[in-house]
Design a protein around this ligand. Structure first.
Ligand code: PMP
Length: 360
């Protein structure tokens, strides 16, 4: 088999090797069924058991209270940008948005089509290099929406925003879900695309409070109603069976690693080492403010575009792939999600040191 290399891709991203091996083994026959995992009917006993186990493990992993529904939906996190407002807002309502990057900007654009949007804070003035400390809410927002980790700009909230009054909290956790413990009870709804910390692309995990599901809009297409998906256990139409299966394996893997607290320690260790290396470097520097730095996406530059390009090529030759930063930040981005191995972070640090020695 071809040697695997270090994959710093922001998503789809690296998965645990044991998960890939188990998925491979079950491609031809899921357990002893004689039918491969991707060939099973979503209405059959075998897949229904896979789905139930994935949900049970997800609940155990994140300590999801009983009054929350776990949904496996489609359309990516981008669909949540409008599914959230059309379920929860009427034209007269106002929703507050914390704007900390390009994905929050997109969610605002969508919500504006359905209701009033109040921007409670924005870090656009410095190209989203920080998480604002000050938030100004509108008098009576229906909900407060934020992006817990900004994949492109390498920033992450260190604590949850506190919505005012009866407003509920909505979180786009696409790029840091299950990277640290989460107090689900503080949220109305959490959503995350699967392709970073959860599995292959193709599912959006939605964790939503039951009373919000029950009171959501009815005059919208069935496929967009959380209620319809909740009532049909995510099988209203054909779900992405394979992705749900692999997500289930990832949940099991996370449990076997010691759960979310253990994951948080590992992530702090991995990112901490990389940030320390950047702080000590005279050639490279991180782009995010120190107190806003993401443990998932580490963004850095040399300050010289041509040198950045040389470093990316240099790293590529050493089997470090996917380090090119997003065009709106430039430079490099090391995406080091849960499944990214410590040895890969060490290899990047070595490459940085060697590049500094040889490119003075
Ligand atoms: N939100 C965040 C924080 C993201 O990083 C991304 C994708 N990189 C999205 C939303 C959009 O996700 P999708 O491609 O699943 O629609």
């Amino acid at each position: 088999m071809t040697q695997r290399i270090y994959n710093f891709s922001p998503g789809p991203a690296v998965l645990p090797e044991s998960v890939l091996e188990e998925a491979r083994d079950n491609l031809l026959s899921l357990g002893k069924t004689g039918i491969g995992i991707i060939e099973h009917s979503h209405r059959g006993k075998a897949f229904i058991a896979v789905l139930a186990q994935a949900e049970a493990d997800c609940r155990a992993l994140a300590g999801i209270p009983d009054n929350y529904r776990v949904l496996f939906l489609q359309g990516g996190a981008s669909t949540q940008f409008f599914q959230v407002p059309i379920n929860f807002l009427t034209k007269e309502d106002t929703a507050d948005y914390l704007v900390t990057g390009a994905w929050s900007e997109k969610s605002v654009e969508q919500a504006r089509r359905y209701a009033n949007v109040h921007i409670a804070c924005s870090s656009k003035d410095r190209n989203y290099a920080y998480i604002p400390a000050q938030v100004e809410y509108s008098p009576r927002p229906k909900y407060v929406h934020f992006t817990s980790n900004n994949t492109i700009f390498g920033t992450q909230f260190k604590s949850d925003p506190q919505p005012p009054g009866d407003a509920f909290l909505i979180c786009d956790a696409s790029s840091d879900i299950f990277s640290r413990p989460i107090d689900v009870a503080k949220y109305g709804l959490i959503y995350a695309g699967s392709q970073k910390n959860l599995g292959p692309a193709g599912v959006t995990l939605v964790i939503v409070r039951d009373d919000l599901v029950k009171s959501a809009a009815l005059d919208i297409p069935d496929m967009l109603q959380y209620r319809i998906h909740a009532e049909n256990d995510s099988c209203y139409n054909t779900p992405p069976t394979f992705v749900i299966y692999v997500m289930g394996l990832v949940f099991k893997w996370l449990l076997s690693q010691g759960g979310l607290a253990a994951m948080a320690r590992k992530n702090e260790e991995k990112a901490g080492r990389l940030y320390e290396c950047l702080e000590q470097s005279s050639m490279f520097r991180g782009t995010a403010d120190r107190n806003s730095r993401s443990l998932m996406n580490v963004t850095f530059v040399t300050g010289n575009e041509s040198l950045d390009k040389q470093f990316i090529a240099f790293a590529q030759e050493r089997g470090l792939d996917g380090l090119k930063g997003h065009r709106s930040v430039g430079g490099m981005r090391a995406s080091i999600y849960n499944a990214f191995p410590e040895t890969g972070v060490n290899a990047l640090i070595e490459a940085i040191h060697e590049f500094e020695r040889t490119h003075k």
